[in-house]
Design a protein around this ligand. Structure first.
Ligand code: SAH
Ligand code: SF4
Ligand code: F3S
Length: 447
């Protein structure tokens, strides 16, 4: 009997992508995907360190999984990702039955670690944060129409609150040739939509080179590596939609705006985390822009691409955030007119600069500010979605909707979810033109 495996993935899309690459390696090594986690012989937790809560969840999960080995002695339990990188061998002290811990930038070590665990050997694998990383390779496409492609690893921005540079290491751009080769293979396997990933993705090719003389010049004359790469991805036959995440105002350049206007495959959605609307807080966060610069980037983009959706991340309760700072975040969110926003309560992370400052906004106050912003965003989202009623949208069909199997869901170019009655013969990955008939804060409906 082949051993079965399951992944339990926390954190961002980068982790989803790395779980997938590790799953590919396990499939290639002869293991099979378990029907569910409960029945799996091998369970791998891919962990996140961005907030204390994310680590607590992964540790809780691992505790239960390790305890399950008492009834199932042959079971393999491992951890990979950011928390494994941060905690290293401490994880074995906390979880004596743990079989392996594999850090970031070395997901290719997962399959050998599983093999070793089956022979009773534990593995701890960590790669230095300044070493050249391995990009995740191998996809599990199985007829899927959408895929993640990592183009930029690590991060050098070092925002004062953020653990990511300490767990993901130095910023490193994958050579464009390698990225394009991966996207071509995906397109040949039937993938229609790619989402390019990188923490500060617009820095692509700025710190480490991505193109060299042997690469063909950009047909559109793009000189900045990021728009140039997007243009080259768009030229790949079969690819119909390109998305990317996350943006930074400094990357909203004239070239990127031109590409949004000229390249129909580039989806009209930008995830542009703002974190705060107060310049004083932004400066202590070391974000590298002011409130005005952020709003100017959004205004420029909206002027050139009127139907673009802009989404964001916000942190409430950063050290020293006053009521007035918070009000500035509120008004910025209104002025920017975000289509969606993820609001996080500040969580001090060990080793970061801001963790040395007093975490002086109380938990109740963080919760209150969080609720206020969520409430505002609900109202804003509902109004923005209402404006789309009566418009016709190109929707990439994803398949039966979770709640009602007779209806399908799909996404607009602006990344809004549309629930609709599928026309006959529709396949996942097909694009249909739909007239929006009804809107809810998070969902659009079409007949
Ligand atoms: N690289 C991305 C963000 C990656 S982390 C960017 O800079 O755009 C995802 C989000 O988690 C961040 O945008 C931020 O809003 C939130 N976050 C990061 N560190 C945090 C912390 N210490 N406490 C609370 N939220 C945090
Ligand atoms: Fe963290 Fe800032 Fe890098 Fe984003 S840009 S990953 S918030 S350090
Ligand atoms: Fe979390 Fe690591 Fe992503 S800390 S948000 S999984 S980069």
């Amino acid at each position: 009997m082949k051993k079965t495996f399951a992944f339990h993935t926390y954190g961002c899309q980068m982790n989803v992508r790395e779980s997938e690459a590790a799953a590919r390696a396990l499939l290639d090594a002869g293991y099979t995907q378990a029907a569910d986690e409960a029945s799996a012989d091998i369970v791998i937790v891919n962990s996140c360190s961005v907030r204390a809560k994310a680590e607590d969840k992964a540790l809780g999960k691992l505790g239960l999984l390790c305890a399950s080995k008492r009834e199932r002695p042959g079971r393999v339990v491992g951890v990979m990702g950011c928390m494994a990188q941060r905690m290293g061998d401490e994880l074995f002290r906390r979880l004596p039955r743990l079989d392996f811990a594999i850090g970031t930038r070395c997901a290719e070590r997962v399959a050998p670690a599983v093999e070793a665990a089956l022979h009773g050997e534990a593995t701890l694998a960590l790669r230095g944060l300044h070493e050249t990383p391995d990009a995740p390779s191998g996809h599990v496409t199985d007829g899927g129409f959408s895929a993640f492609v990592t183009i930029l690893l690590g991060c050098n921005r070092r925002c004062t609150y953020c653990i990511v540079p300490d767990v993901r290491g130095d910023e490193w751009s994958r050579p464009a040739r390698e990225v394009l080769c991966e996207v071509r293979a995906l397109a040949e396997a039937g993938v229609r939509e790619v989402t390019l990933l990188g923490q500060s993705i617009m820095n692509y090719g700025l710190r480490t080179p991505a193109f060299d003389e042997s690469d063909p010049p950009s047909p559109g004359g793009y000189r900045l590596p990021f728009p140039r790469l997007l243009e080259a991805v768009a030229a790949i036959p079969g690819i119909e939609r390109i998305r990317f995440t996350s943006g930074h105002p400094s990357g909203v350049t004239d070239e990127l705006i031109r590409l949004y206007r000229e390249e129909p495959k580039l989806c009209h959605h930008l995830h542009l985390p703002v974190q705060s609307g107060s310049t004083a807080v932004l400066s202590r966060m070391r974000r590298g822009y002011t409130r005005e610069q952020y709003l100017e980037a959004v205004a420029k983009l909206r002027a050139a691409v009127p139907d673009i959706a802009v989404t964001t991340d916000v942190i409430v309760g950063f050290p020293g955030e006053t009521e007035a700072d918070f009000e500035e975040t509120r008004t910025l969110m209104g002025a920017a007119g975000f289509d969606n926003a993820f609001i996080f309560k500040y969580s001090p992370r060990p080793g970061t600069v801001s963790a040395t400052w007093e975490d002086d906004v109380s938990e109740e106050e963080k919760a209150r500010r969080n609720q206020i912003l969520l409430g505002d965003q609900d109202v804003r989202g509902a109004i923005l979605n209402q404006k789309l009623v009566g418009t016709t949208q190109a929707v990439l069909a994803e398949g039966p909707s979770l709640r009602n199997k007779a209806r399908w869901s799909g996404r607009t170019s602006s990344n809004k979810i549309v629930v609709f009655t599928p026309p006959e013969g529709l396949k996942p990955g097909d694009t249909v033109a739909l007239t929006i008939t009804r809107a809810a804060p998070q969902t659009l409906y079409a007949e």
